[in-house]
Design a protein around this ligand. Sequence first.
Ligand code: 13P
Length: 246
Amino acid sequence: MRLIAANWKMHKTVSETQDYIKRFLKFVEHPESREILLCPPFTSLYVAGQLLEGSGVKLGAQNCHYEKQGAFTGEVSIPMLKELGCEYVIVGHSERRHIFGESDELINKKVVACLEEGIRPILCVGEKLEDREAGMTFKVVEAQVRLALSGVEEHTDSIDIAYEPVWAIGTGVPATPEDAVAVHRFIKEVLKDINPKARGKTRILYGGSVKPHNAPEFMKHSEIEGLLVGGASLDPEAFAQIVYSF
Ligand code: 13P
């Protein structure tokens, strides 16, 4: 089933979250026909979990720590997220990599922890503009995928991957659906190489300036098995349009 995920990033207080979800749920129908996921900030997870209960809309976090507990000031563990009802965690988002300096090694630890704890990671990968201009897109994406999955190659069916070219995030300039399809196909090949026994359960999502008007163009392609939406997911009506764009 295709997965349409909202990454709110650092947006919305608890009361704004309540308002959003009440409005969003009015648009939700046939939640069994597609997977719908909201990833609010940590502070909104509890209230979001309460409001989403029984709606068929799933809850995810935007980040996690790889240890279960300990002296890690300011961090949030996977057991904490699971108790709030989170079924997914976004791992290795471009903003975590490039603003907060997360390395492939750290991202790998988080992916491993997610699999151990039984929460589904959405691993984000994507090249910078300079990589694309240097013809390095496939090399960069392949390295990110291989390093993130190091040691858990047999478990690729338990993760999803979001291809988010850095130059398309928050710029209003999405990748063309054809360029996205080419990278999605390539990621599938890398996955086959990493885990020949995989049962094809890893979905490859596209993210980067997805809007209600361009979502149908992406979803026309069977290789695009979902979307990870930032800015346009902050408005419940716009996000609902994207959710029902196919
Ligand atoms: P935008 O949709 O705002 O470009 O953000 C994409 C993104 O980073 C989702 O994780």
